[in-house]
Design a protein around this ligand. Structure first.
Ligand code: BES
Ligand code: ZN
Length: 459
């Protein structure tokens, strides 16, 4: 009892000193013993075989967002959370696929065999063509109103070009390539029909327009197919009379790429989320922990963006740290970097509470202060965007199986799973254990450690 009290005093004192300083435990520092004891409450309980079995089950079937495979994975994750007695919620959200049923571009009755932009508007229009060059802002002529804009690819995005001509009243877009590289390109926002043609066809029309008017027809029909993807949320509430009011989130994405087994990407992260949930359920805490798995990460973090967008601001205000695990078991990842190449990426390339705690845990447990770097590409992005300190834990450079059909359980390293789950588990525990005073997005661990920024190539 007395020992514990003195620990509280030391921690409280270090928090006062903590502004801007990186806190971590180093061997031989006054609290080395006590912090290691705290780590052990979590890491000794990690059963890597549980993690391995989760990966085995999940990677047996591809889990592309919006498919039966995703639902199968979600049901498994849900059932695991529920068996732990956690308050579990399956949060659905819509995702959209587009199917092109018709993509016709005709000039004087001649079919140009064009390709509709993805996200093109669905309409049948016939009008005169107007050459608007590259459709840069401020250069689009007024006489494009009610006409079809003939646009050259390049310099600005497709979406910007379409926006610029639509702002001047264009009823369609016929865009020619800026290289000899075919006619399959382009993205739009559905305002007007937009069709891509080859450079040769475009230049030919530019010439013809010099000698008089040319009429074109665009006839596009894009079918939107709505599907459902999910976020699984499991809440672990702290003891009622010992609640800091703060929330820590631990997440991974459960979807895979199309037909991908996704053993490492990211069944590995999910396996750690489930294993840490199993451990924290039986560990006293003073801070709410939310265990999250996201669908549709591979479509551009759609699930995590949806999750964050539906949170009440009062929850966001209480969230002090988000730990994202993505690809944490790749046997062939990381080349010869220490700790299998484990690194923490932040969106802005700056340290934060999560990286401080991760570096500190790495240093305590493996004598490696984890480095940090700058990268998005996973679900830490939307958390960062609303001001929550977040980081992605991943081995970098990534393994050759990344997004391949070979991303299977055979290429998973149990040692790497164990290390990553231990570091994230011990880091999160530094915040949620009942001995620490409430965190106000501040640093918590007791001694300092230096850890470096690394500009390491990821793939
Ligand atoms: N696990 C990867 C992210 C990743 C891959 C990070 C390689 C570092 C190196 C993630 O699942 C992924 O593939 N993300 C997409 C994001 C995109 C859809 C916005 C990516 O990076 O292509
Ligand atoms: Zn991933």
């Amino acid at each position: 009892m007395f020992r514990r009290k003195s620990i509280i005093t030391v921690l409280a004192a270090s928090m006062i000193l903590s502004s801007g300083v990186v806190y971590a435990q180093t061997n031989g520092a006054p609290n080395a013993q006590s912090d290691t004891a705290f780590d052990n409450k979590v890491i000794k309980k990690i059963n890597v075989d549980n993690m391995y079995n989760t990966i085995k089950y999940l990677s047996a079937v591809p889990r592309e967002a919006g498919t039966e495979g995703e639902v199968r994975g979600v049901e498994y994750i849900e059932s695991q959370f529920k068996s732990l007695g956690l308050e579990t919620k399956r949060i659905p959200f819509p995702i959209y696929d587009y199917k092109t049923n018709r993509e016709l571009a005709k000039v004087d009755g001649v079919d140009l065999n064009g390709h509709a932009f993805s996200g093109s508007g669905s309409e049948n229009v016939t009008a005169e063509l107007v050459n608007v060059g590259k459709a840069l802002a401020g250069t689009v002529p007024n006489d494009v109103a009610g006409k079809i804009a003939l646009v050259e690819r390049g310099d600005i995005t497709f979406v910007e070009k379409v926006k610029n001509v639509v702002a001047k009243g264009a009823v369609g877009v016929l865009m020619y390539n800026n290289s000899a590289n075919g006619n399959n390109f382009g993205q739009a926002n559905g305002e007007v029909p937009a069709v891509a043609i080859t450079r040769a066809q475009g230049l030919n029309l530019v010439e013809r327009l010099k000698n008089g008017s040319v009429e074109a027809t665009l006839d596009v029909e894009i079918q939107t197919i709505e599907k459902t993807s999910y976020v699984v949320e499991a809440k672990l509430k702290p003891n009622k009379n010992k609640d800091t009011g703060q929330i820590v989130t631990i997440g991974a994405h459960h979807d895979s790429v199309h037909l991908g087994p996704g053993a490492n990407d990211d069944a590995s992260g999910v396996s750690a989320v489930l294993e840490l949930a199993r451990i924290f359920v039986n560990t006293p805490i003073d801070t709410e922990v939310r265990f999250l798995t996201f669908g549709s990460e591979e479509r551009g973090m759609v699930g995590s963006s949806f999750y964050v967008s539906q949170l009440p601001q009062s929850d966001i205000d209480r969230m002090v740290a988000h730990f994202q695990m993505d690809m944490i078991g790749g046997a062939e990842a990381g080349e010869d970097h220490p700790l299998g190449g484990l690194i923490m990426y932040t969106i802005d390339g700056k340290k934060n509470l999560v990286t401080d705690l991760g570096a500190s845990a790495g240093s305590r447990m493996y004598d490696v202060p984890l480095p940090y770097g700058q990268l998005g590409r996973s679900d830490h992005q939307p958390f960062h965007d609303v001001g929550i300190p977040s980081a992605l834990f991943i081995h970098s450079p990534v393994e050759p199986q990344y997004h391949q059909p070979t991303d299977t359980i055979e290429h998973i390293s149990k040692e790497k799973l164990q290390q990553a789950a231990s570091i994230v588990g011990a880091s999160a525990y530094q915040i949620v254990r009942p001995d620490t005073p409430a965190l106000d997005r501040a640093h918590v661990a007791p001694a300092t450690v230096n850890y470096d920024f690394e500009n390491r190539p990821v793939d």
